[in-house]
Design a protein around this ligand. Structure first.
Ligand SMILES: [Ca+2]
Length: 80
């Protein structure tokens, strides 16, 4: 399921998603869950924390922990 999500946002099929594509993804999820999206600063922090090879792109190996982290962040918000 995570792989499928990744591929959907990897629009040029490069095996990596850009920071902007990642932000689109995070915002879309927030909208669907009807919660406030993280602000730009938080998003940048999330992405930078998980961009372990610092190429400003998120590959699948980086995406999975990042995805998990964001889901945790959103679930905490839902709980209030
Ligand atoms: Ca990377």
């Amino acid at each position: 399921m995570v792989t499928k999500t990744f591929k959907k946002y990897d629009k040029d099929d490069s095996g990596k998603i850009s920071k902007n594509e990642m932000k689109d993804f995070v915002k879309t999820v927030a909208e669907r869950m009807h919660i406030t999206e993280p602000d730009e600063q938080q998003l940048d922090n999330f992405i930078e924390m998980h961009d372990t090879d610092h190429d400003k792109l998120i590959d699948l190996g980086e995406f999975i922990p990042l995805f998990t982290e964001i889901m945790k962040f959103y679930l905490d918000k839902l709980k209030g």
